[in-house]
Design a protein around this ligand. Sequence first.
Ligand SMILES: *[C@@H]1O[C@H](CO)[C@@H](O)[C@H](O)[C@H]1NC(C)=O
Ligand SMILES: *[C@@H]1O[C@H](CO)[C@@H](O)[C@H](O)[C@H]1NC(C)=O
Ligand SMILES: *[C@@H]1O[C@H](CO)[C@@H](O)[C@H](O)[C@H]1NC(C)=O
Ligand SMILES: CC(=O)N[C@H]1CO[C@H](CO)[C@@H](O)[C@@H]1O
Length: 432
Amino acid sequence: MGATFIILGTSILALLLAGYFAQIYLPPPKPKIVGIDLGTTYSCVGVYHAVTGNADVLEVQDGHKCIPSIVAFSEDGIVVGYKALAQADHNPKNTLYDAKRFIGKPHTQIELKEAQKQYSFKLEADEYGMIRYVVSVNGTERKVTPEEVGSILLSTLKEAAERNVTVPVTKAVMSVPAEFDDLQRNYTRKAANIAGLEVFRIINEPTAAALAYGLHKHPSLQTILVVDLGGGTLDVSLLSVQGGMFLTQAMAGNNRLGGQDFNQRLMLYLLDIINRRYGRDLVDKEDLQNLRLHVEAAKLSLTYKDRAEIHLPLESFPEKTEFKEVVTRTKFEEINSDLFKKVLEPISKVLESVELLKDDVDEIVLVGGSTRIPKVREIIQTYFNKKPNTSIDPEAAVAVGVSIQAGIIGGMWPLTVSAVELPSRVRKIQMS
Ligand SMILES: *[C@@H]1O[C@H](CO)[C@@H](O)[C@H](O)[C@H]1NC(C)=O
Ligand SMILES: *[C@@H]1O[C@H](CO)[C@@H](O)[C@H](O)[C@H]1NC(C)=O
Ligand SMILES: *[C@@H]1O[C@H](CO)[C@@H](O)[C@H](O)[C@H]1NC(C)=O
Ligand SMILES: CC(=O)N[C@H]1CO[C@H](CO)[C@@H](O)[C@@H]1O
């Protein structure tokens, strides 16, 4: 026994020393596996750097780190991300998005009809209820599966990673929503395979967010609440973590609450002012689109400023009326106050469903662009009487976490066991 221990001890020491000298004398190893967050609205790729100990989210397109999850079929070929977004207005029928909502998910005819109402592209279902987009380019019709759309996005991310690490990238760890079932996970894997990527592991997005904050390293049992408020959906997950083992305890959400709704409130507020000021409704499509862009910009700047000025010409009004209005943060919060409060509903629901109290939550992790809104943070902080974890850009947190997991699995992180997710059978509670 004793001898075995000694031999083991020496070999670990030798391993450590080898690692130590390797770090000093060898060039840093190339990341072997990339981390990919294939999101509903944005997609990102990251790598873990053993030397700096950081996970970097990589630049994908024209200085942008994450790209919109949009693929368009056009007369110029297939365009992706910001390029697809730029041509969307002129090619709405062939500009495809929301593939993550359809991937690996059978739809009934009624569900298909409901979904079709929301989109300007054409959808159909195959004999198993699997969704396909129907595009028509260069005079020919073509059917495109959600996993093909995913694979085109993944190819773009793969190429960006290859530009960065300057070696071929063929292996990935990916994140998916916690509520994805086996079929949705399999189709996500299929999308990666089409793009020439082998998926080493699929982890849940809330787990990835917790990993980004290093919460897997805490020695004792931790209860972590992950709040993900994006463009159109709110997802709340309660996780238990101990010794790198993650268990999803409860999930709740609202798939009709997010940044778009806050924009819509501001839009209606401004349209009302326009109506009262000029005595007529703004109905011109281009003016409305222009106002929408200004609303989004105003919302973003109200995150770090007290007031935002909206200033745009209304081309459809006599003599190109110059519309000017100052929106204060207080006003923005007032017109959205009922929506902001709704963020707490799924939070209290998950706590209730596992009979935990607010004080039982050790860490709160915020994910998704809309959690940058100061009032949203304040409401969550007041509810728990505890500061949420926000030091990582909430839009990159999942990508950072999935890249850390990729780094661990790729052996970039010696002597650290990778995070393991225990199978969980909890169902997500939908709020409305
Ligand atoms: C449409 O035709 C053009 C010209 O032949 C070609 O470059 C483009 O790739 C085609 N578009 C698609 C989506 O196949
Ligand atoms: C790779 O990405 C990192 C993080 O964005 C950046 O600092 C680095 O310069 C990139 N390297 C190359 C070769 O593009
Ligand atoms: C998913 O893929 C795995 C491995 O290929 C397979 O064992 C499993 O049956 C698949 N599940 C579903 C629901 O398709
Ligand atoms: C408010 C805050 O930053 N809380 C925690 C965030 O996560 C780290 C762990 O990485 C904790 O140490 C912080 O206290």
